[in-house]
Design a protein around this ligand. Structure first.
Ligand SMILES: [Cu+2]
Length: 68
């Protein structure tokens, strides 16, 4: 199991949190998603076949690109 944490400046409200949790949570291999509105961070616990690159790609696709 791996954990990765991203800064996502586009998080502005509870709807963003809900969208991110739902979309990232549906990725195969993702075991947990935490998204925080106050510090604009997304933390994901995952295992294969999910990868950091796939998670970044999905966040970018749904218009919440992480800042690395
Ligand atoms: Cu929002």
């Amino acid at each position: 199991m791996s954990t990765v944490s991203f800064e996502v400046p586009g998080i502005s409200c509870g709807h963003c949190i809900h969208t991110i949790r739902t979309e990232v949570g549906e990725l195969e291999g993702v075991k947990g998603v935490e998204a925080s509105q106050s510090d604009k961070r997304v933390t994901v616990e995952f295992e294969p076949p999910a990868t950091e690159e796939i998670i970044i790609g999905l966040l970018t696709e749904i218009n919440y690109p992480p800042v690395m």
